[in-house]
Design a protein around this ligand. Structure first.
Ligand SMILES: NC(=O)c1ccc[n+]([C@@H]2O[C@H](COP(=O)([O-])OP(=O)(O)OC[C@H]3O[C@@H](n4cnc5c(N)ncnc54)[C@H](O)[C@@H]3O)[C@@H](O)[C@H]2O)c1
Ligand SMILES: [Zn+2]
Length: 348
């Protein structure tokens, strides 16, 4: 527990003990319509003393990472007299915990929050690491702050009701850990079949969240080393932003294609071998639908990436791969190289 997180496959006993030892004035539980249906009953059954806490419901999805939804949460907190000694339990996936963590961290200059991730992305990535944010003017994660949850509770039982698309979205982030930091993990992941994906071994989940935590411990504010976890995300966030209001890509789908694009860029920059690029391409093709990027969108993607907070001047800062299992941060790539790689992405 002193690690700041609790992992369990079946019960919430440890969380229950821990929470009872806190002296919060009010406990709020933030849910969306899916986690209210699929996850809240289990939480309340395991922790009946939470029966009197206030449930705040928002709608599900990426659209809710907005100022308007923050206002809704803040209004509910005010209406229920939340004070500095209150806490919010974020019961949901990454969109919900990004929003809930942000709303909590600025309310009355910051109240505490606990993440109980209910999606794969949440369990291996979003619930940890203290990055909270909302989207602004169609760009991802533009307003936010680093704020640590007081506790993260990973109970893999919640995954049973997750839609296949959300499992695949989380699997993309698992592949990212293999590609950037652990060749052995990559080997294990790429041999999983559909049934094993649906019922993921909790050891694999634990390996991923341990990797995330070890990176975050070394560089909480993402000054250098933590940037390895941005692999696939510079293009991934641009693809995700571009898909707002169109055929919406999930975060993981956008990231997986972002990783393929950034692998091409790594190869073009003389870092990643042809063989390893082909290996990555065949894995992406095996698990995910091919994405064709319309040439009309090349300039738009570049424009979005130039707004990206990791960018400096007219070049764009990418995390690239030296090989499978080893990443290199701070590669400043010029526009013509990016456009060339986009062309290769469509032809590969
Ligand atoms: N802060 C970080 O470090 C970090 C890291 C990775 C991703 N993210 C963010 O996370 C978001 C994507 O994560 P996500 O896909 O978990 O978001 P999400 O909260 O939108 O969840 C995805 C869907 O699953 C539903 N759901 C949640 N738990 C369920 C369950 N147990 N059973 C059935 N349905 C369930 C939700 O209602 C939603 O429809 C993106 O906004 C991304 O930017 C943040
Ligand atoms: Zn991500």
């Amino acid at each position: 527990m002193d690690k700041g997180y609790i992992i369990s496959t079946v019960s919430l006993d440890l969380f229950s003990q821990w929470l009872k030892s806190r002296n919060y004035s009010h406990i709020f539980i933030l849910v969306d319509e899916n986690t209210r249906t699929y996850c809240l009953p289990f939480l309340l059954k395991e922790m009946d003393f939470l029966g009197n806490s206030h449930v705040i419901q928002i709608a599900s999805g990426e659209n809710e990472k907005s100022l308007a939804t923050c206002e809704l949460v803040w209004s509910e907190l005010l209406r229920r007299n939340a004070d500095r000694n209150s806490s919010i339990i974020n019961l949901g996936g990454g969109a919900l915990s990004d929003l809930g963590g942000f709303a909590a961290s600025v309310f009355k200059r910051g109240i505490r929050f606990i993440n109980v991730p209910t999606t794969l992305i949440g369990m291996i990535d979003a619930a940890f690491g203290g990055k909270t944010a909302i989207n602004f003017k169609t760009l991802k994660n533009q307003i936010g702050l680093f704020a640590k949850p007081e506790m993260v509770v990973v109970c893999t039982k919640f995954l049973a009701t997750l839609a296949q698309q959300d499992v695949m979205s989380g699997f993309a982030e698992m592949l990212k850990y293999g590609l950037t930091s652990d060749r052995e993990l990559w080997e294990k992941l790429i041999h999983l079949d559909a049934a094993e994906l649906k019922n993921l071994d909790s050891h694999l989940i634990e390996s991923c969240l341990n990797l995330k935590n070890s990176v975050v411990q070394q560089d909480f504010h993402e000054k250098n080393y933590r940037k390895i976890l941005n692999f696939g995300h510079t293009m991934g966030h641009a693809l995700e932003s571009l898909s707002f209001g169109r055929n919406r890509l999930s975060h993981g789908e956008a990231v997986v294609h972002g990783m393929l694009f950034e692998s091409i860029l790594s190869n073009q920059s003389g870092l990643l071998s042809d063989n390893e690029l082909s290996e990555i391409k065949s894995v992406v093709d095996r698990y995910y639908m091919k994405l064709k990027i319309q040439p009309d969108d090349f300039e738009k993607l570049y424009e979005i990436m130039s707004f990206d907070k990791k960018n400096q001047n007219s070049v764009v800062n990418f995390t690239l791969l030296k090989s499978i299992g080893a990443a290199k941060i701070d590669n400043y790539i010029a526009k013509n190289e990016i456009l060339k790689s986009l062309d290769r992405f469509n032809k590969l």
